[in-house]
Design a protein around this ligand. Structure first.
Ligand code: DQA
Length: 146
């Protein structure tokens, strides 16, 4: 199974960015955790991060026919992007939405998620481990279909 992990704007600043909210794990360490967990699960992984909405849309479109599952933390685009929602719907690849922080307990503007409408499930507030849990979910539900 091939899993694409997509991170949106400012996730490259993990470790530096508001560590009280997002933790001390930096982006590089997150990608290493993901790679190692993928190896344990027998899944091929690719980590992609962009600060640009259109680049995320392009990456989702490019995944069509090549990727079996997507783990996506669209970051701030979660709350604004119909384009990312539409891209996920267009490719119909099983997807899990992940947030490092407890978005449910934060500002009102973070309570809206467009992307959620195209995701199987959502994992919030589990820090970096949330990505690994999302991978577990995808492998368990879709792993034997390949
Ligand atoms: C986030 C939550 C978003 O509201 C925020 O804009 C982010 C990160 C999270 O992982 O907790 O950049 O997606």
């Amino acid at each position: 199974m091939k899993i694409l992990i997509i991170n949106g704007p400012n996730i490259n600043m993990l470790g530096i960015r508001e560590p009280g909210i997002y933790g001390k794990t930096d982006y590089k360490a997150l990608c290493t955790m993901i790679k190692e967990h993928g190896e344990k699960l027998g899944a091929e992984t690719e980590c992609f991060q962009s600060n640009h909405e259109g680049d995320i849309v392009d990456k989702i479109q490019e995944a069509f026919g090549k990727v079996d599952g997507i783990v996506i933390n669209p970051a701030a685009y979660t709350h604004t992007s119909v384009a990312i929602l539409d891209a996920l719907k267009a490719v119909s690849i099983p997807a899990v939405e992940v947030h490092i922080s407890k978005v449910d307990e934060r500002e009102d503007f973070r309570q809206i998620s467009y992307v959620r409408l195209a995701c199987d499930t959502v994992i919030t507030g589990h820090g970096a481990d949330g990505y690994l849990e999302a991978m577990d979910y995808l492998v368990k539900k879709y792993g034997d279909k390949k």
